[in-house]
Ligand binder design. Sequence first.
Ligand code: 5GP
Length: 298
Amino acid sequence: MSDSRPLPDVDRAAASRRAVAARRERAALKRDVAMRVITPQELLRRALADPSSPAGAMRVPEFLTAIPAIGAGKRDRILTELGISPVKRLGGLGVRQRHDLFRFLDRRWPEPIPRSGRSRLLVLAGPTAVGKGTVSAAVKRNHPEILLSTSATTRPPRPGEVDGEHYYFVDDAAFDSLIADGALLEHATVHNKYRYGTPRRPIEEALSEGRTVLLEIDLQGARQVREAEPTASLVFLLPPSWDELVDRLVGRGTEDDEERSRRLRTAKRELAAQNEFDHFVVNDDVDAAAARVAALAR
Ligand code: 5GP
């Protein structure tokens, strides 16, 4: 027996709340793809794994235009080329269409291939505010067999920071001598302000004793380590989502609009550097992320 009575108001209100929530979730996923927090392939995999999820309910044209570098014109050409109707949802793609769409994405935007080799020199980097410091502190706490390198810096200590433990706090002249003596494996000026560098000696000693070493440094430093030590493993720490990173970056809301957009631009640029990395760890839970980093050690 069919029931054609209109929905009662309460049901209708609940349905519309659900629709709004689903739309919001789809929008958040599109931001994740646009900002490279996840790859388009990853979104497609989530959609196919659960067609009734927000990813599964996303229409293919919406998905395509979330990808950096695809505008309306390109989107329409791709749909025609792949023979996919613009009303199609990701979760409802046929076997052939899925295959063709994956192939198309892999050709244009190959996913970074995690390197299988393990190294005893791990470099942890990632966008500002993703939580590198917290994760590396958890590695130090939970995996004492791993040496967390202590950097030298020209930044003055913050309350509670101990010289020789959190950093070696040095002045500009002393930092210059460290460079001149070749005592630093890498060094960089971070946030256009203070200089930071990794002392070479303790790392070489630990490695020669067979220990694993973890460096928690910025992107410029990670690139220099790659040059100096091509066998190092570069680990990129990712936020669980773009929205979460934005919350962590500007959460306190104490910055003005200009500072806020400057930070967001920086984060976007930093995320775009992830193709240079060997391994990816999502910081959804600090101890779990630390365990995943430690597991990358040889
Ligand atoms: P903070 O001043 O907040 O402790 O650190 C600021 C930034 O400096 C962080 O992004 C951290 O990763 C980076 N950093 C800390 N030590 C080093 C280092 O030895 N070399 C480089 N290149 N960056 C570092």
